[in-house]
Design a protein around this ligand. Sequence first.
Ligand code: ADE
Ligand code: ZN
Ligand code: ZN
Length: 260
Amino acid sequence: MNIRNVFMLVVLLISSCVFSNTYNWGKTGHRATGQIAEAHLTKKAKRSIALLLNGQSLALVSTFADEIKSDKQYKRYSPWHYVNFSFGKKYGEEAPSEFGDLVQGIEKCITILKDDKSSINDKQFYLKMLVHFIGDLHQPLHVGRGEDKGGNDIQVQWFRDGSNLHRVWDSNMIDYYGMSYTELSINKDKLSKNQITAIESGNILDWVHESQALAKKVYASANTGEKLGYTYMYYNFPIVRTQLQKGGIRLATILNDIFG
Ligand code: ADE
Ligand code: ZN
Ligand code: ZN
């Protein structure tokens, strides 16, 4: 390998580290939400979904929407991973993005899945997308501020590494905790029936507003350039765990309504 190729390789490696993982609850978060949802599905929904996905688990398909991102033919789905609107406003009080957003994306997925005339291929595709987007909805900064791209432009330090506030919430905290998605889905909080019912209640927009309220707190939790580590983890990882669990329970509610 000549010096130019070595240089190109180093640039590639560095840029793949910097630009990877920019727009998603990391893989572990999405898989945990999918796995938790499985435990809350009705028998009928479980059977219909297994048939549609050829036996693939919700955890497995939960990362599909990120895997297709680099393929140009799926570019138009990129804005579906998040929704940004002014804090204190309700969704819809400002004109929603003409390019689509998380709310419009979720609604489209549900419409296709409920339509008897949809093809099997479309149903498979939009089910995989839906599993992912309900996860994204529960990452508070996916309902963040447009001007900083949901915290992607707020540079912080994560222990000794450079990061940004969005990535801390997508993946840094989850990765640092060191549990696999299965371990996270087993070690979830024990909830009473009433607590589960409370989580299941409401609709997509209620859950979007709940995430936005959390996003407000997340923005207040760190300053640009701040070094975040153990203390940040201690105060904020419980919120991440709760969001993964809520996402799983609510994903199951939606799927039970469609397939149950
Ligand atoms: N790009 C712009 N806004 C974003 C958000 N809230 N989350 C992820 N990516 C974004
Ligand atoms: Zn996403
Ligand atoms: Zn993200």
